[in-house]
Design a protein around this ligand. Structure first.
Ligand code: KE4
Length: 430
């Protein structure tokens, strides 16, 4: 039987790259099957090596707020490329993007550009430890902040755990200074603070977690976390790598009235090129080298092509009020998906916020990581593959968030809902 181009490419890729991919989730391991090798994006669509077109709700896991191959971004990159690709020196566009970011997120009085969300959160953790002189970090089970050792720690379920390495290679010593508690569980957090609060340099959290699917904070939870951190002299690091410019133009912090000490950004800020950032209160950021003693550096930080893409993306987003229009469009899509599931009597809970959404296969509203682990994984696999077969490309995991863009049309949504009807029928008849 003739194999597809993607099958041939995947076989070749696995010979030279672990799992044939440069980031694990892309391998389709959790859902099975061969990942389509994509050759181009067109607005709301992607095209694979065999010419199949899909409506794309991965959007590079968030960056493509304006859709694939957005003209204003491509033109900005091309223009920058005409002058070179990197200098290792300060450039005007770094000032422009820094001023744009700090104007959009007022809690960020100063900002440092880096190349990935991992770098941003890793640097934020180091900064918090340098600023407070304390060693412990507290994170939330199911939140993902990139793969730096201190944060690649996932406590087992339960109230509060003193770090258990989630990956071989993370030393027991490193994990021991990372505490984890369930999200949305204030008593568990209060208990850890009562025990270790004076040793905690920072609490780091996704305010609206997107790495266990999209989980929303209980009323009053985020301000309570902030108050607790303040009471014990710990910094509050808000990781908006995903939610920044996706939950709202001012990030989730603007929706929930949070005033973090440090914020991490990524994804949308680079318009699809490698840009991330950490920033916050001036007195804290002035600890960062070369002004202060906390060291952090990067050859390609503030790269001119990436700065040009980020400036184009954020300027267009701001001037065309993209973050004002997408939430309502996302809500319309999610209503159609919910109606399709109800018509097939398939139990789902759908969370959406801004331009992000997740379909959970469960009859209980998921509030934390354990709830998501209890979702029907087999149903998700049927959903995922039926959607793919019907031209809809979704993140291949129940623990991921889906994204819409400015390029997604009513026709795209109608096709998506029609595909979902087939998927829910397949689940109902299994
Ligand atoms: P990167 O190092 O992948 O640029 O960012 C890490 C990161 C930090 N913080 C949050 C809230 C994030 O969502 C991420 C990365 N998100 C995943 C998607 N769940 C990236 C996709 C992947 O790992 O391939």
């Amino acid at each position: 039987m003739k194999i597809t181009q993607s099958e041939a490419l995947f076989a070749a890729a696995k010979k030279v790259m672990p799992g044939g991919v440069n980031s694990p989730v892309r391998s389709f391991r959790s859902v099975g099957g061969v990942p389509p090798f994509l050759v181009r994006g067109e607005g709301s669509h992607v095209v694979d090596a065999d010419g199949n077109r899909y409506i794309d709700y991965v959007l590079s896991y968030g960056p493509l707020l304006l859709g694939h191959a957005a003209p204003m971004i491509g033109e900005a990159i091309k223009k920058a490329t005409d002058h070179g690709t990197s200098y290792g020196a300060p450039t005007p566009d770094e000032v422009t993007l820094a001023r744009l970011v700090t104007s959009l997120l007022p809690s960020m009085e100063m900002v440092r550009m880096v190349n990935s969300g991992t770098e941003a959160t890793m640097s934020a953790i180091r900064l918090a430890r340098a600023y407070t002189g304390r060693e412990y970090i507290l994170k939330f089970i199911g939140c993902y902040h990139g793969h730096s050792d201190s944060l690649l720690v996932q406590a087992g379920s339960g109230a509060s755990t003193f770090g258990v390495p989630d990956s071989p290679g993370v030393t027991k010593g490193t994990a021991a200074t990372t505490l984890s508690v369930p999200f949305n569980d204030l008593p568990a957090l209060e208990k850890v603070f009562a025990a270790k609060g004076r040793d905690i340099a920072a609490v780091i959290m996704e305010p609206t977690p997107g790495n266990m699917g999209l989980i929303l904070p209980k009323d009053g939870y985020l301000p309570a976390v902030q108050d607790l951190a303040r009471r014990y002299g710990s910094l509050l690091i808000i990781d908006e790598v995903m939610s920044g410019f996706r939950a709202a133009q001012g990030g989730s912090q603007s929706l929930y009235g949070i005033d973090p000490d440090i914020t991490c950004l990524g994804k949308v800020i680079g318009g699809g090129l490698p840009v991330a950032a950490y920033g916050g209160k001036r007195k804290i950021m002035e600890m960062v080298s070369p002004v202060g003693p906390m060291y952090q550096a990067g050859t390609l930080s503030g790269n001119p092509l990436a700065m040009a893409a980020g400036i184009a993306a954020l300027t267009w987003m701001r001037d065309h009020k993209v973050c004002d229009t997408l939430p309502e469009r996302c809500a319309v899509l999610c209503k159609g998906l919910a109606d399709a599931a109800a018509a097939a009597c398939v139990p789902v809970r759908i969370h959406h916020l801004g331009s992000m959404f997740t379909v959970f296969f469960t009859d209980k509203d998921p509030m934390n990581y354990d709830d998501v682990c209890a979702c029907d994984k087999e149903a998700f696999k049927i959903y995922f593959h039926t959607m793919l077969e019907n031209g809809v490309y979704l993140p291949p995991s129940q623990f991921e968030t889906n994204f819409i863009s400015l390029a997604h049309s009513d026709e795209d949504f109608a096709q998506t809902i029609a595909a979902a009807r087939k998927a829910f029928a397949a689940i109902a008849s299994r």
